[in-house]
Design a protein around this ligand. Structure first.
Ligand SMILES: [Zn+2]
Length: 128
């Protein structure tokens, strides 16, 4: 049991290491089964939520998209979404300055995300 847990952990960690971008649970699963064919999607979901609770991963929710899981990085940074393949990438830049805003009465703002859209290098090459 202990060995199986270790193999699962390593396979999931590898998925994040080789992809170097935020991943959905299905994407993690698709990569991790290359190492560990018996790994089930439910185990992946369970691990990911354990790691979010433990502070190892951050869960990023965008409207209309499945939750993304991202390895905790030092700083808050913008994301990039490819309009063609829908993959999400980290942009290695400082968070964009947010203007001071006055929300309408009764609204409490507790978060902010900056998303840039375009095409990733792979999709751009396929198109041109
Ligand atoms: Zn793309």
């Amino acid at each position: 049991m202990k060995q199986r847990n270790t193999q699962q952990k390593l396979a999931i960690e590898r998925a994040f290491r080789i992809s170097k971008r935020p991943l959905t649970a299905s994407e993690v699963h698709a990569l991790a089964v290359q190492d560990l064919p018996a790994l089930g999607i439910r185990t992946v979901f369970r691990r990911l939520s354990e790691w979010v609770k433990a502070g190892r991963l951050v869960r990023v929710d965008y409207p209309g998209k499945p939750p993304l899981y991202e390895v905790v990085a030092g700083k808050h940074h913008p994301h990039f979404i490819c309009r063609i393949c829908q993959k999400v990438y980290d942009l290695d830049m400082e968070a964009v300055d947010v203007p001071v805003i006055n929300p309408p009465d009764g609204f409490i703002i507790d978060g902010q995300e900056t998303i840039f859209y375009g095409s990733c290098p792979q999709c751009y090459q396929r198109l041109s």
